[in-house]
Design a protein around this ligand. Structure first.
Ligand SMILES: Cc1cc2nc3c(=O)[nH]c(=O)nc-3n(C[C@H](O)[C@H](O)[C@H](O)COP(=O)(O)OP(=O)(O)OC[C@H]3O[C@@H](n4cnc5c(N)ncnc54)[C@H](O)[C@@H]3O)c2cc1C
Length: 312
């Protein structure tokens, strides 16, 4: 069974990276509509407007939200500017609608792969709009070839706007040192296990050692009352994090449990009912094909949900 699941996962990762398959699907109306049905479970929509409707509904149910315009690895200044303008629009809509939401972004979407300065300037433009309503802007973690540049940009940005946060991948061995640097800064630290393939020896596989490292970071953040996001869908890890919350008893505005929209939402719902701050992470945009493949690849049993969504 495990072997079959890992074969399925590898095939889905391959499908995600296959540009020809992606183009064929996106240009074929029937296939597009079929797969979009499966993607709908995981995305806010193709537009910000569709997503805001869902954010408002979830806010009314007591969930905090985060919104990301999907995309990464922008290769030129013009595309980076277009993405930056869209993130500014997200900040404006959050402010206008007084929504209980933060913004999340990949720095490579706003120009990191073009130049660090371009990216920093774009990030500052987004932050200055976010600052008008005190909205947090949380930087995502990407592949390891970008970790240094992301850390540097974050450290520069948080000096200008303390509402910037960063995502740290617990599976990287280097995170032990990075964490010592990050915890000195005031921004929220979102702890995730890590999603990217890495070179051998750079990251820990899923398992007890990683769970221990993950909870070690969470415990330290909670004990110091540092802003923190516990971003995992792993039930056992969430339960152990709850024990840490009870042990250190931090203010409720200092920490949150965070899940990607459409994944193990019942667990997050339960945490919310138990009184823990709970946050849903929405992504939106036209790039949903890659996002769908990634969600299926990380948990291939989701294929059955996708089949059900397609035939329903
Ligand atoms: C809010 C948020 C932001 C993130 N941002 C980043 C980022 O910036 N950079 C980055 O590298 N990664 C990011 N991730 C992804 C993260 O690194 C993990 O790859 C992902 O969350 C899977 O790890 P896990 O801890 O949730 O569960 P795992 O340890 O992978 O799995 C444990 C259990 O969780 C459940 N589960 C996990 N994934 C799924 C799924 N797709 N469908 C259904 N059940 C599932 C299953 O029950 C599984 O047995 C983010 C995740 C979240 C929740």
């Amino acid at each position: 069974m495990d072997k079959l699941l890992s074969i399925g996962s590898a095939a889905l990762k391959k499908a995600a990276l296959n540009e020809q398959a992606k183009e064929f699907i996106l240009e074929n109306e029937v296939l597009f509509n079929v797969l979009k049905k499966a993607a709908d479970r995981y995305i806010g929509g193709e537009t910000l407007e569709e997503t805001l409707t869902k954010v408002i509904q979830q806010n009314q149910l007591g969930f905090k939200c985060s919104v990301e315009f999907m995309g990464e690895s922008t290769r030129n200044e013009q595309e980076a500017m277009l993405a930056t303008n869209e993130f500014i629009r997200i900040c404006q809509e959050i402010s206008n609608g007084k929504l209980y939401s933060t913004v999340s972004l990949d720095l490579s979407h706003i120009g990191l792969a073009v130049s660090e300065d371009l990216c920093f300037n774009n990030l500052m433009a987004i932050c200055s709009e976010a600052a008008r309503s005190g909205t947090e802007v949380i930087i995502s973690a990407e592949g390891t070839e970008r970790t240094d540049a992301i850390m540097n940009t974050y450290k520069r940005a948080v000096k200008e706007y303390n509402g910037v946060g960063i995502t740290m991948q617990a599976y990287l061995y280097r995170s032990k040192d990075d964490f010592k640097e990050l915890i000195k800064e005031p921004g929220r630290i979102r702890i995730v296990k890590g999603a990217f393939e890495t070179a051998p020896g750079v990251s820990m596989p899923r398992g007890a050692q990683l769970d221990e490292a993950y909870l070690g970071y969470v415990g330290q953040l909670l004990s110091e009352g540092h802003l923190c996001s516990i971003a995992t869908h792993h039930h056992e890890v969430q339960q152990q994090a709850k024990t840490l919350v009870q042990q250190y008893n931090p203010d409720k505005d200092k920490y949150e449990f965070e899940s990607l929209y459409g994944i193990q939402t019942e667990q997050l719902e339960k945490l919310k009912e138990e009184g823990y701050p709970a946050k849903l992470y929405f992504v939106y945009g036209k790039e949903w094909y890659l996002y769908l493949c990634n969600r299926l690849a990380e948990y291939p049993l989701n294929i059955f949900r996708a089949l059900n969504d397609i035939v329903s």
